[in-house]
Design a protein around this ligand. Structure first.
Ligand SMILES: [Zn+2]
Length: 313
């Protein structure tokens, strides 16, 4: 049997008030992203978490009906269904709107959750490698992801600051955690290499948490994040239909700074569209299959260096 080893860290340093006692690992929030769904089976069958003593782990297939249907969702995107106002609104009763309430009962309630930390497993068709998506940049989250980044090469951290201090993502039920995007991979398949990267990232996090619960303080002082700026839609024709394809100069160039004058689209009529901003932003989710329905071609982010609180703070 293959075992996907990750090196173990030695706890040292001082204690902290934060204790992570209950963790949920969630897969299949989008029913056609199979990596997380099958990873849950692997975790269960191999009893991967039995060696961790300082926390309990819940495994959750979050959107079973969409998985059965081999689709991203049935009625709504489940990973946009966790705003506080929507969770409280009993008139919202389509499949994912009911499912989000059931998950909130199981893991939450949001704001006072029995689950301390959630890792929500996703995949992307974009060439993003391993990307941690944070919606809360609290110091614990930053330290955890900075530490994982120091252990595992080629991990990027994408940060979405919430509107009105609320956000609609599943992992926002808990105070700590993130969603994980690993790609590139088609929807509806499993790839061994992508699955192993996802597995390793989860294990590094859990090893960090186990050590943290025992008083470990990491050494990292800064962490680089890519902060969400805006989405860029495909050019549209007069009928509101997509009128261009992503240019090959941009395809697969996720997390590589865009320079003014870079070709970003080739119109179906033969014209070329250039990147015209003076600021050099970073494209991510380039050609993400799940965003064609809303005609989004890629997302732009700004690179930022964040300072972590010193040890013993
Ligand atoms: Zn997803």
């Amino acid at each position: 049997m293959v075992k996907y080893d990750a090196p173990h860290h030695k706890p040292n340093g001082s204690n902290s008030d934060i204790k992570i006692a209950n963790i949920a690992i969630v897969g299949g929030t989008h029913g056609n992203e199979y990596t997380g769904i099958y990873l849950l089976k692997i975790f269960k069958e191999r009893q991967t978490f039995s060696s961790f003593k300082s926390f309990q782990t819940t495994l959750l297939l979050s959107n079973p009906k969409a998985f059965e249907n081999q689709s991203r969702f049935i009625d709504f995107d489940l990973n946009r269904s966790f705003l506080n106002k929507d969770l409280k609104d009993i008139t919202l009763s389509a499949y994912e709107q009911s499912r989000s309430k059931a998950i909130n009962n199981l893991l939450g309630p949001k704001g006072n959750a029995k689950t301390d930390l959630i890792i929500d497993l996703h995949t992307t068709t974009a060439n993003m490698g391993v990307t941690i998506i944070l919606v809360d940049n609290n110091d614990f989250n930053l330290k955890m992801v900075a530490h994982v980044q120091s252990q595992l090469k080629d991990i990027s951290i994408f940060y979405i600051s919430p509107d009105d201090s609320d956000n609609p993502y599943l992992n926002s039920i808990a105070k700590y955690g993130f969603s994980l995007e690993v790609g590139p991979i088609s929807n509806g398949i499993v790839r061994h290499d992508i699955l192993i990267k996802t597995y390793q990232t989860v294990i590094y996090c859990l090893e960090f948490i186990e050590a943290f619960n025992q008083g470990f303080q990491s050494d990292e002082q800064t962490v680089d994040v890519f902060e969400y700026v805006k989405q860029v839609d495909f050019p549209l024709d007069n009928n509101n239909q997509i009128a261009a394809m992503l240019h090959s100069d941009l395809q697969d160039k996720d997390f590589i700074a865009l320079q003014k004058g870079t070709k970003i689209f080739e119109m179906f009529n033969g014209d070329t569209v250039l990147y015209e901003d003076d600021e050099s932003l970073y494209p991510v989710f380039i050609n993400e299959a799940a965003y064609y329905y809303k005609k989004t071609a890629f997302t732009l982010a700004r690179k930022k260096r964040l300072t972590l609180l010193p040890r013993n703070h």
